[in-house]
Structure formats: C-alpha cells, structure tokens
Design a protein around this ligand. Sequence first.
Ligand code: PAF
Length: 282
Amino acid sequence: MKIITSAAELKAILANERAGKRVGFLPTMGALHEGHLTLARRAVSENDIAVVSVFVNPTQFNNKTDLETYPRDVERDARLLESVGVKYVFTPIAEEFYTKEEMEQRFQFDFGGLDQVMEGKFRPGHFNGVVQVVSKLFQIVEPERAYFGEKDFQQLAIIRRMVEVMKFNIEIIGCPIVREASGLALSSRNALLTDEQRKIATNIHAVLAESATFYSQTTVGELHDSVIAAINRHEGLDVEYFDIVDGRTLKSIDSWNASEDIVGCITVYCGKVRLIDNIRYK
Ligand code: PAF
C-alpha cells in the first residue's frame, strides 16, 4: 500500500496503472472504524484497484470546535486500510488541495432543495463543502465506483444528485449502516463518547428500531413525537431533529401512504457529541 499526499502524483500513478482496470473509491475523514472497513473491503473485492482518501475536509465544518476536535489518527488509519488490501491512501494537505479562493468562498451547487432540510438546516454550508470535496476527489481519482454509508442518508442522496448534475460517470454504491452489538451506529464521533455515554447512546437505535415495529398503527405525527419523547427521556440525550421523509426527495411526509420509500432521520446530542442515525419504515 502506498500513502500519497499529492493529487498530481495520485493522478499520474492511476493514469499509468488503470488501463482495463476498475478503480473503486472510498472517501473518508479518517478515524476509521469497522463501518469504514466494511466499505473498504467492498471497494477492494469489487474492483481491481481500491483508493481511499483520508481528509478532514475543513470546508464542510460550520463549527470551528467541531473541526478542531474531530478525531485524527492517520497512521492507525493507514495500517487498517493496508490490512484490508487497499492499494492507495490519499491524504492531501488542505493548503495544497484547495486554492485560497476555494478555502474562502462557499462552493456553489444547485441541490434542488435537498440541502434545505435536516443536516442542511442545522449545519448551513455543510453540504456545499461535501460536494466541493467529493467532486474534487472524483476528478482526481476518476473511479468507476464510489462507496458511501447509508448512515449519512442525506449525504448519500446529495452525492447521487451531484453525480447526475455534474455528469460523473461513476456508480454510487450505498452501503448499509454497520452497528455495534448494542445497536449503536458506528461513527468516528463515538470515539469522543465516555463509556457511560456510549451506553446511553444505544437508546437512539433501540427507540428507532422499536418504532419501526408499530409505525403503521399510528399517525406520522404521533410516531414522530413519541420517538423524540422516548429518546429525550434518557438523561444525557437531546434530540436536535427527527424528520420522517420520502427517501428520495427528503421531503417530510404526513401520511404513511405518501410514499413507498420512507425513512426517519435523526440527530441526537449525547452530551456534546452529535450523533446521527436513521431507520427505514418502508
Ligand atoms: O462522510 C464523510 O466522512 C465525509 O462527508 C466525506 C464524504 C468523506 C467528505 O468529506
């Protein structure tokens, strides 16, 4: 496995090596866990060359403390990626990766409204940064396939739109959420939880999973309110939003008949740590 920091070097290596081969790409912000490694294994097994980027992208953070405290351990990440057979790890340096203008001006993209809800509403500008970095990475790596986790449900919908709008010839593969045995969705941010918080945070998925067993017997509004109340009942958990949406348009629905693709997306603060999760109803 080779670690590369220069975009030009990665482009040159891939140009030289890729004839007749399929490149699979996994963009990450590092602090890798089993969820990332599951995606990395797929990128390795389904392609000839697997490339993973490890880059804490500053332009997608709208909170300075969040950016500063985001967990980082590139050496450990590289060891893990090597152990699953990844060929190239791309770890750019922000000041080289972006021009001064790119760092300072908000990247413009027509989200078709997908950024106006949920994460987009609570983290203004976040998805501009995500589209900016992923489109730039796609132009460098030019993969045949790219892998994204379904935990970041809105991000996946936005990446699919980006591929369509920007006409990337890349297959986007959404991968199911990987969970601890306790049900807690794996996330790099879990590293910031104390042991006690980790236990409390398991209630997020427990409540969501239970709600999926009886959703059709209640109204969307009642289910929405009962999920929030059931999670907030646990000391240390504070729901930021819970939206029950059409899985394609991300628009809130008000009846279970409104769509055949219905997902509940949630963000919960566990102490100061912001955790996201989702559950499929239909
Ligand atoms: O999901 C993430 O970790 C990031 O948003 C991504 C896709 C790597 C872009 O920085």
